[in-house]
Structures are given as C-alpha cells and as structure tokens.
Design a protein around this ligand. Structure first.
Ligand SMILES: [Zn+2]
Length: 240
C-alpha cells in the first residue's frame, strides 16, 4: 500500500495520530481511557488502545517517532532543558526544527486520517504543502503554520493532564484554525497563506521561535467557555 508521507509502495504500520504518551495520564488500572462523548448517546465509552490507523511505512514512522520522542522528553522528563515557571511558562533551548516537525506532523496526520475522531480536520491544499515540508525536513519560518499552545489550569497548581477531545475548525480573527486538546491544553494551529499578518498580533510571541524559545500561557479552566459548557454537558449526560 502507498505510504501517505513518502508515497512509496510499502507495507504500512499501524500508526497513532496523537502520540501515546499524551494518552498516558488517561490510562486507568485496566489500561482504558475515557473518551468524552461526541453526542448525547455516546456517554463515556472505553477503548483498549489509542486511536490507530495504517498510514505510514516503517521508515516514515521512524522519522516521525524521533520528533515525538524529542517532545516526550521535554514534557515528561529525561531532557535537560531550561524551563522557567511563571505565567507564561518559558522554555528555552528547544530544537526549533524538531519541535515544529512534531507539531506539523500531528496536524497533517489528523488531516489524512479517516478516523471519525479527526473528521473535523481537513487541510485542503495545505495538506500537500505540509507533507512536502515533513518529507524534505523543511520546518519553515515561525509564521508558517504557527501553533499556539495554551495550558489549562484545573486548580491553581494543577494543569489539565488527562483529557483529549476531537479537534475542530475555528475561525479566529479571520484566520482558519484547528483546535486540538491533549497534553495539558489547547493546541491552536493557524492554517492559511496569510499568517504573516499575525506577526503584529499580541499572540505571535507565543509561537515557537526560531531561536528555540517557547512561551506557554496558563489559563484557568473557569475562564474558558469550552470548559464551562463541558461541565454543563457532563451534568446533563449523567443525570440518569
Ligand atoms: Zn513512507
């Protein structure tokens, strides 16, 4: 079968879209995780494994897993990196290309995926542009498909760490964006050809910088409509 990244005809691996380490906090003792209901009938359902799909050949899978491994060691320990607590959290000395490839590969995989969970992501012509960037290992500039990562605080010192949610399309100040929720917060990808305009906006300082600086704002969940609505839905779905 044709690998979605290199287009070579090879045997395909069963790949994940969102890396397993971002599911990990979700696992209970029986290695199941909660999937938040997509509609009223679904309620909480349990899955034995992360969402997987045959997308990539062995070589491409290995390439992507190197970038993931880099990010896993930043978020879950094992990587010596300068992190200054505060709001925003300041991370310095990141490998711009590796981190950017990780971000882009996740967005791209969600777009090529045929799983129901990712049906909200459809990149159109940007899908092929991002495939070329990943294939040729071209991370692009800071403003090329930038991603805003916001961490969500559930309590004053506790970050949201056990929650994933289907990505959706959102229009923010005239920009096309996709919002993912995993790994402790919101990942908002700006997908358009006019993202250069964002350079003058207040949020551009939160995009991963070519010099390896990443600022991560922390926002309390009770200031985010999404969580307020979710809490209401939760009460509604679990009434009986
Ligand atoms: Zn391949």
């Amino acid at each position: 079968m044709k690998c979605k990244l290199c287009h070579n005809d090879k045997e395909l691996r069963n790949s994940h879209i969102i890396p397993e380490f971002f599911y990990k906090p979700l696992y209970d003792k029986r290695h199941r995780f909660n999937v938040i209901p997509l509609n009223e009938e679904q309620k909480f359902r349990y899955e034995q494994k992360g969402l997987r799909e045959r997308l990539l050949c062995d070589d491409c899978e290995n390439k992507l897993s190197k970038w993931e491994d880099y990010v896993r060691r930043i978020f879950y320990g094992g990587k010596e990196i300068l992190i200054t607590n505060g709001n925003p959290i300041k991370i310095e000395g990141l490998d711009y290309a590796k981190f950017k490839f990780f971000q882009l590969s996740l967005l791209w995989r969600a777009s090529i995926s045929e799983l129901d969970f990712f049906k909200g992501v459809s990149l159109g012509p940007h899908e092929e542009k991002i495939r070329q960037m990943l294939l040729n290992e071209d991370p692009g500039s800071k403003l090329k498909y930038p991603c805003l990562f916001i961490m969500v605080l559930m309590e004053p010192n506790k970050v949201l760490d056990d929650f994933i949610y289907p990505p959706i399309f959102l229009r923010i100040n005239g920009h096309r964006t996709y919002r993912f929720i995993f790994g402790g917060g919101f990942w908002i990808y700006f997908v358009s050809s006019h993202t250069k305009m964002l350079n003058s906006s207040k949020i551009s300082k939160f995009f991963l910088n070519e010099n390896g600086l990443l600022l991560i704002p922390l926002i309390p969940a009770n200031r985010i409509d999404f969580f307020l609505n979710l809490a209401k839905d939760f009460v509604k779905y679990n009434k009986n």
